[in-house]
Design a protein around this ligand. Sequence first.
Ligand SMILES: O=C(O)CCC(=O)C(=O)O
Ligand SMILES: [Fe+2]
Length: 326
Amino acid sequence: MPADAKLDLITLTDTPECASALLESARTLGFLYITFDGTEFTPENVSEMFGIAKEFFASPEDEKSTCPISADNKGWSGMHTETLDPATQKRGDFKQAMNFGEFLNGSPQQPITPTLAPHIPTISRFSDMCATLSRRLMRLFAEALEIEASAGGAEYFTASHTSSNGPSGSIMRLLYYPATTPNYEKGVDIRAGAHSDYGSLTLLFQHQESGLEILSQGGWSPVPVVKDAICVNIGDLLSYWTGGLLKSTVHRVVVPKGGEQRDRYSMAYFCHPVDTTLLEAIPSEQVKQRGQRGANEAEKAITAAEHLKGRLAATYGWKEKGAGQY
Ligand SMILES: O=C(O)CCC(=O)C(=O)O
Ligand SMILES: [Fe+2]
């Protein structure tokens, strides 16, 4: 049995010490936990959202399928619809998901099912809280990276992570991994295939049940669920932007030992910069020291939207070498 991954558990304070601790976790594992304490999240508002997720996934397939996932990455995806590791998987992920794009003044910009309709204010508020927390984390990363004051210093990422400045790829996602009987085929099915996330960072809320694993040199390590805490991981875009200093670590979701009969629910907020954001070399000595990699090597800066589009082609080469190796 591989040893559990040891993720740092950090309580957010807006101090240089906290910023350094976050950067250290992001530079090493690329994964960490932050406690609800120190954020707007509480056991109550998170469990209210899990209640909505359960109600939604229990609603009839006929109803959910009126909002199918579309090319804009919003909507419902049923069992085996998404394949996160197409090179290896014979069958799509053993899960369902519902993706919400950004809300505009509290209104969804996508079709919504009747079961979800009464909960829109709660989902919209939760999504906003995730955006606010993500922006705060980005601010702390900028502080720890000692970005030149003339370029914005600790506020370097703020405008690009503010939704009023334009559309972005940010997504609030509800996830449901059903119990594995009777249709789960061991060795063929997986709850979520190996992948890295695409954006700046991801906030992950897990409901009791474990199963998340991260890949390191030693192989796959299970990530134990920490009560009243949010798992934070760095995405490909931020790894690219920082010349690989911050690690976008490959991860997957499996059925934990003895968990075959249990459902698993989680919620992920994928934070992306505004589409038009230019991913230019970051004016930080720490990033410059990474040499000609990622955004440091590009002659012409690409935008966040271009990075997202080209992500698969751009990342498969280094993914074979190991996580986040720009
Ligand atoms: O459900 C989880 O714990 C992780 C899901 C995940 O990695 C993803 O959707 O990108
Ligand atoms: Fe992921």
